[in-house]
Design a protein around this ligand. Structure first.
Ligand code: FES
Ligand SMILES: [Fe+2]
Length: 448
């Protein structure tokens, strides 16, 4: 009997690092980093996606203890501005005070009504039920019929605080006031992003949609390029899906999928012109595409075009205007649910349970865009219900159509798993690196 062929470590296509070697404008050093993930995890229990008990474990052991992105600083620019962040049964007020941004549990300490129902601006938080009130820093302001509450120590009746810190223009909160600092949790992530300056971007679009699947199942569809071959086949002429590079460090992982290069899966050799038109998605009834000049690659031409547009916004000398950083898909995941994209791609995702349900999730897509001059006001959340299509959010442009393809699968994965008669789902060793890294961390937090 012959021994089975040893599985290859990666696809036979050109590696991402080899592709970078031939780019005309070389990338920032951060794209040259490689740290392949080593782990024995190759499968996880189906129960992680379908069981109420596992959801409850997450609600007890993960969300109340982990750092999570609550909002952008630009959404609460003035003292008194506040945003609500909901995670499962928890609701958090994130408010700008004179002494910086603070976070409190959104629960009145009298008989427990939610204090705030919507994002807004307040001089103080006044409970709509009986009128107890708190200053925006969380300290008690007034007790209605104070004579009737002799047991209340006014110096010890603050709103329940959370830890709150910022990085890159994002506000993070942690319900565990004894947690290690955010900087420790982020590790090298800010160093990876330093050249891309996420703090200098603004929310150009913010769309959320209720998805008919578990939050992990949803985010995992955005953590690999492995599904492109069947889910987004229209992209194959000019996307290096199987050439993607996957790495992990500490609490974050990264995938990089090159554009302007053909998929190793296809059996024909697209011309540079065909690759160019695939990426620019020229409508069949639209004007003809520009010709890719003789001797030039589609990737170089696409890079040059994107670079010229960006220069007008970020300046001629910005150090990150490489061919790779203006067109590749560089998608990071910070455990457990935050997905900022690197380079000049505008995408940031966040995924979480919808309300307190294990079989529904809220997927959000932000476009964080660079700007010249004064910071434009941030877009407000455009929330789509579970039966409203992504294409109802024209601010997402062509990406809405790509999401529609993903959304076609996801409820059917949930339905499949609900009925599965086997115990585990299996992960590809390399292309599903980010899923394996995520689930290893989740195991540590939830310790089933
Ligand atoms: S529940 Fe808030 S004042 Fe009574
Ligand atoms: Fe997809």
């Amino acid at each position: 009997m012959s021994t089975p062929a040893k599985a290859r470590d990666r696809s036979a296509g050109i590696s991402y690092q080899e592709l970078l070697d031939s780019d005309l404008v070389p990338p920032s050093d951060v794209l040259r980093l490689e740290n392949p993930y080593q782990s024995t995890l190759t499968s996880v229990s189906v129960e992680r996606y379908r069981s109420r008990a596992f959801h409850e474990l997450e609600m007890q052991r993960l969300w109340p203890r982990v750092w999570q992105m609550a909002c952008r600083e630009e959404e609460i620019p003035e003292v008194g501005d506040y945003a609500l962040y909901e995670i499962g049964r928890f609701s958090i007020i994130v408010v700008r005070t004179r002494d910086g941004i603070r976070a409190h549990h959104n629960v009145c300490r009298h008989r427990g009504r939610r204090l705030c129902d919507f994002d807004g601006h307040a001089a103080s938080f006044i409970c709509p039920f009986h009128g107890f009130s708190w200053h925006i820093d969380g300290s008690l302001r007034s007790v209605t019929s104070e004579w009737d509450f002799p047991q209340i120590d006014k110096n010890d009746f603050d709103l329940t605080p959370l830890l709150c810190d910022t990085w890159g223009g994002w506000v993070f909160v942690n319900m565990d006031v004894n947690a290690k600092p955010l900087a420790d949790f982020l590790g090298d992530l800010p160093a990876h992003f330093s050249v891309w300056e996420p703090e200098k971007r603004y929310i150009e679009a913010h769309v959320g949609k209720v998805m008919k699947c578990n939050w992990k199942l949803c985010q995992e569809a955005f953590m690999e390029a492995f599904h492109v071959i069947n889910t987004h086949p229209q992209l194959l002429a000019a996307i290096g899906d199987e050439n993607s590079q996957y790495d992990a460090w500490g609490n974050f992982s990264r995938a990089i999928t090159p554009n302007g290069t053909p998929s190793p899966h296809i059996r024909w050799n697209p011309s540079e012109q065909e690759m160019f038109e695939s990426v620019t998605m020229r409508p069949l009834d639209g004007p003809p595409s520009p010709e890719v000049p003789q001797g030039m690659s589609a990737r170089a031409l696409l890079g040059a075009g994107a670079r010229e547009n960006l220069k007008k916004i970020v300046g001629e000398d910005h150090p990150a205007l490489s061919d790779a950083e203006v067109q590749d898909s560089i998608y990071y995941t910070l455990f457990p649910n935050f997905h900022p994209w690197g380079g000049f791609n505008r995408i940031v995702y966040r995924f979480r349970p919808w309300q307190d349900r294990h079989d529904r999730s809220l997927m959000e897509c932000y476009y964080l865009s660079p700007y010249a001059g004064e910071r434009p006001p941030p877009a407000k959340l455009h929330l789509l219900g579970e039966d409203e299509p992504w294409t109802d959010a024209p601010e997402l442009g062509l990406l809405a159509k790509v999401f529609t393809q993903d959304t076609f699968n996801l409820p059917n994965v949930q339905l499949g798993l609900e009925a599965a008669q086997f115990d585990e789902v299996v992960f590809a060793r390399y292309q599903e690196t980010k899923l394996r890294h995520f689930h290893d961390l989740l195991s540590q937090w939830v310790a089933e």
